[in-house]
Design a protein around this ligand. Structure first.
Ligand code: DX5
Ligand code: ZN
Length: 279
């Protein structure tokens, strides 16, 4: 069965001076989740943002906040990010002494619990915590920076994680993060992923050129998530179009600007509503 993956743009590649506007543009363009990369300059060699920033951008969108914590120790920060508005909290096994306890605590806080695997982190850990996770994230680069090249062996790891989830009867999402572009997105989904994080590809570059590369019927990034194009598509995406509901099987339609695909707002908001209800 064809899978339409969740599109989770990473705001790491956005304009930090205009974060609220960036997040609104992502929602208007049809993103499913907002991926927030939290880096502490210790667990990874880069520093990004803290709970106050998450709190500040929370009113700008109803989309779920998918917060990827690259912080050690991570436990002292869970509550603050949840209170700031995180819907998913994803942690690295290496970021604390007791992963089982950390994942339990995240669910206790009412958030979805995610576990993330670096390129060298063994998937055997997933076997031990599979019942405690709502999301598994496979890093297809080493964490710390946007704009890196996709590591091809990640595809094997995605397939391995899919097999573990299926064997356990888990409905957890399987997400990929790092160097995701139109050149590898279809392969990620074919390997078993159902959620794609993308920073540079969404925010940087020319969506006009990208449009020509969006050929897979299995994976359709809303190419107009690119900042400039999101603005151009405003008229097409901002107000729900009665003509597009119920959504087509893939849930996508062509933006009236004619320059790219845009998400049907009805479909794009379905996850936001579902998660909002669960909170
Ligand atoms: C890397 C981050 C990623 C990154 C993705 O540590 O976890 O989410 O922002 O950015 P691109 O898509 O540019 O690789
Ligand atoms: Zn990330």
């Amino acid at each position: 069965m064809a899978v339409t993956p969740l599109i989770c743009p990473s705001i790491l590649a956005s304009d930090f001076a205009r974060l609220g506007e960036e997040v609104r543009a992502l929602e208007a363009a049809g993103a499913d989740w907002i991926h927030v990369d939290v880096m502490d300059g210790h667990f990874v060699p880069n520093i990004t943002l803290g709970p106050d920033i998450v709190k500040a951008i929370r009113p700008h969108t109803t989309l779920p906040f998918d917060v990827h914590l690259m912080v050690a120790p991570v436990d002292p920060w869970l509550e603050a990010f949840r209170e700031a508005g995180a819907d998913v909290l994803t942690v690295h096994p290496e970021s604390g002494p007791h992963l089982h306890r950390t994942l339990g605590r995240i669910r206790q806080l009412g958030a979805k619990a995610g576990v993330v695997f670096n390129p060298a982190t063994p998937l055997s850990i997933l076997e031990e915590v599979v019942d405690l996770v709502d999301l598994v994230l496979i890093m297809s680069v080493n964490p710390g920076f946007g704009g890196q090249k996709f590591i091809d062996s990640s595809l094997k790891k995605i397939a391995g994680a899919r097999a573990i989830l299926d064997r356990a009867g888990s409905s957890a999402h399987l997400q990929v993060d790092g160097g995701v572009t139109s050149a590898n997105a279809a392969a990620c989904v074919a390997a078993g992923a159902d959620a794609l994080v993308a920073g540079s590809f969404v925010f940087k570059g020319d969506c006009g050129a990208r449009k020509r590369r969006w050929t897979s019927p299995r994976v359709r990034f809303p190419a107009c998530l690119a900042r400039r194009c999101a603005r151009r598509c405003d008229r097409a995406t901002r107000s729900p179009d009665p003509a597009c509901g119920p959504p087509s099987p893939a849930g996508w339609r062509r933006g009236s600007c004619g320059s790219s695909f845009t998400a049907c707002p009805v479909t794009a908001s379905r996850w936001g509503r579902r998660w909002a209800q669960a909170r």
